[in-house]
Design a binder for this molecule. Sequence first.
Ligand code: BGC
Length: 738
Amino acid sequence: MKKLLLLVPMLLALACTEKSDTPAYLDPSQPLEVRVEDALFRMTLEEKVAMTHAQSKFSSSGVPRLGIPELWHTDGPHGIRPEVLWDDWDQAGWTNDSCTAFPALINLAATWNRDMSALYGRCIGAEARYRKKDILLGPGINMGRTPLNGRTFEYMGEDPYLAGALVVPYVQGVQSNGVAACVKHFAVNNQETRRTATNSIVDDRTLYEIYLPAFKAAVQEGGAWAVMGSYNLYNGQFNCHNKKLLCDILKGEWGFDGVVVSDWGGCRDDDEAVANGLDIEMGTWTNGLRGAASDSYSNYHLARPFLERLRDGRATQEQLDDKVRRILRTIFRTSMASEPHFGAFTSPEHFAAARQIAADGVVLLKNDGVLPLHVPKGGKLLVVGENAYKMMVVGGGSSNLKTKYEVVPLDALHEAFDGKAEVVWERGYVGDTNTVYNKVVTGQNLSESRSAEQLLADAVAAAAQADMVLYMGGLNKSAHQDNESTDREDIVLPYGQDALIEALAAVGKPLVVVNISGSPVAMPWASRVNAIVQGWYGGSESGHALVDVLTGAVNPSGKLPFTMPIALADGPLKTERQYPGVKPEGEQWWQEYYDEGVFIGYRWYSTLKIPVRFAFGHGLSYTTFDWADASVKRKGGSWTVSVTLKNTGDVAGAEVVQLYVSDQEASVARPARELKGFEKVYLKPGESRRVQFTLSLQDLSFFDAAAHAWVAEPGEFQALIGASSDDIKAVLPFRYEK
Ligand code: BGC
């Protein structure tokens, strides 16, 4: 029957070709599936197999004989990666591949703004298209299970609803340029430590409630055309060919019709690669990550071994055709799309978008009134810290970029205070002196001859002479910080920064701490400083965006997309078996048990009432808001939750109205609150708006693993409306009766 159904479009395609000289697959007016079947019908076995694996570091074959182009892949997810050699990671040395660097995805997540995500997607998609890339390797949407995950900065935080809401416009924006978004890394890939040798053991409820929803939203609501499998194992099987994740859930339950791409070198087995849902094998070397001679793409699992299997009957034509159909679909959606796209590269609009998004995500964590910055006319602003000066677009792993320019905060401060106040810089500490990454050169000189003691003493002495001190430190993108392939070892700030901040606080001048990082850090000095700002890796316009907020040119409206804990030990991962995993005797792989279940991030802290430094969703403004007339009303099979928000201050600003749900009498352990809605509302002074959310039965549900279904249990619930997960403005009880 299935075969018969496949015949229909094929015959249709042939019929079309009879009428005109243009083959149906080349005819953009033909329906997608007709083009796919027509191309497939014309291809040889060898041509088909050639499409299912890499032919270079970042491309997979087309069908040269038929004029079907190669697929060009690119990192992702913060800008378009500079060109590397055909079969080597060295820079290709192009001079026209310096891109617009957009903010790190964690910065985008901190905007809590769907419009910013759409803008980001549209712009980065246009850059990819201009550079003739078909698959953008991003966005990354793995959940923030541990603050130590080295790739936290590349992801969208700790909440599945937030990441799901933001990934959808990103994907749609990218794809509106005829570029496939490749959502990664699917799935339960929540650490870098031993990322290629760790088996994640997760129960189904946790999988469906926490680790899958953002991917599902990307696929079903965003319509993502590509998904990247992750390096780790789940249920004892590598995720690039994991039957349950790829065949049963992604392609089965969610009906995904796009292409599954392996992470680079993530494919590990000949037979599973054929059978378990992988469509294109990409790689670092041959034979997974285990190393072999370079330039041996024909040895890939989905190359010669696949061909052999097809010839001797161990693999079927149907398995091959399913992969090739998906690959052709991707080509007809991108480089051979019915509507041509040309994109745009490093346009002023893209840099302006990068600045706007970066600023929209800056989070004001604390402010006793010292911000926005008011330095007395002719006064002295002392800036302390390496991150005021260090370029951050380079580094961090595969998201490393070569950008046309990068404005660092110190430059932006000089610009902003030019002629108004003196801006002086003291380094304070030495962090990472690297200025070259993957052969991308920043051109900065970060060498330092002073000792750590001298640097601290110089900073403190300068503070005594200043009117105000602006500390700009945090993390960077070197190993064991915000960096791919290594996790952090603690959340304590590195390089003795805590002692430096304490010493500066002791001087007694107004002190603002700007933490630039992509993941949570401990802030033991929080009560002794006047203001704290969470900045991020903001891309090309990073410095401008940050300084826009510090000076008040932009009123801060970012919100934390993760919890900022007091100490690492407060979090849900208590044992080695939870993190980073254990290797029982006789086991081939490290085993990691997600014993904490659904209780990660604020779900953990709020349920166990463990104090945190700054809660998920927290972020202040230079204006004030009034919350009034909160209500919940049943409307058929759903509930309408509303609140009126008014800007009661004297500057325009935005607040993120957050809606959490709490199940008061569940038969299973449920978090004290779960995010189910949010809306960023911009208001002029005095302006007010009624904000409205709809809660569906799905929003009240948990995933019942035994029944393999979402279940809403009748009983008492609460709708919680707040400005953060721990700043609840209204608790609205309601009942659900069947
Ligand atoms: C990373 C991916 C990236 C790929 C290609 C891998 O190491 O995990 O996120 O897209 O390399 O550079």
